[in-house]
Design a protein around this ligand. Structure first.
Ligand SMILES: C[S@@+](CC[C@H](N)C(=O)[O-])C[C@H]1O[C@@H](n2cnc3c(N)ncnc32)[C@H](O)[C@@H]1O
Length: 197
């Protein structure tokens, strides 16, 4: 499989990304009660900026990503403590046999996943009753965010994504635009949706 993040992985953890991911991690930490026994999955975990910042609040995080180069950066960050709490799955979430999760996190990665409904169905399959799905991503944009690179989704219409989650049986707990990413003199609103199974 093609590694779309091969050229970006080594310089991914820059101050801009660290700030952006920390804002999302804060949203999670302030809106979801995480238990020390929780087992979470982060889909599109990349170099682990979000997941690693939440690691001390939970029991385990499965970090799922289909980019070997992003995961290689993540592996390089793991120390003896985090190694015990992180399990890496290289590939598509649907192809993993991860199950009985308390929650799934997905930051800036859903727009890279082709079939959103299938992803939501898969989250439902792999989480426990009352488990959560927390998505952070771009609101619908004009295609300029990726500067010509083709991605499956140009952000998301929040109402459409909400309807999709509700159609698949999720209850929306929180939905808001909480950040603005500025890039090439444009502003891209970033939303969070927290839904419960
Ligand atoms: C924009 S990056 C975000 C990484 C990380 N969440 C962060 O904010 O630093 C998107 C990530 O999703 C991963 N990704 C894209 N499509 C994927 C898929 N179908 N399954 C799993 N991971 C995927 C990419 O390899 C990349 O690491």
């Amino acid at each position: 499989m093609q590694d779309n993040f091969k050229d970006k992985a080594h310089s991914w953890d820059n101050p801009d990304k660290i700030l952006m991911t920390s804002k999302f991690s804060n949203q999670i930490a302030n809106s979801i009660f995480l238990y020390k026994s929780d087992k979470l999955a982060e889909v599109g975990a990349g170099t682990g900026l979000v997941g690693l910042s939440l690691l001390d609040k939970v029991n385990k995080i499965y970090m799922v990503d289909n980019s070997p180069s992003m995961l290689s950066v993540l592996r390089g960050k793991l120390d003896t403590t985090s190694k015990d709490k992180v399990e890496i799955f290289e590939g598509e979430f649907k192809d993993s046999d991860i199950k009985d999760l308390d929650g799934v996190i997905c930051f800036m990665s859903l727009h890279h996943i082709e079939d959103t409904r299938d992803f939501i169905k898969d989250v439902k399959l792999k989480t426990k009753k009352n488990g959560f799905l927390a998505i952070g991503d771009l609101e619908q944009e004009d295609g300029s965010f990726h500067e010509g690179q083709k991605v499956p989704h140009l952000g998301f219409n929040l109402d459409n994504l909400t309807s999709l989650l509700e159609e698949e049986g999720f209850i929306i707990l929180r939905k808001k635009v909480y950040d603005n990413k500025s890039k090439n003199e444009k502003n891209y609103p970033i939303f969070i949706i927290i839904a419960q199974r």
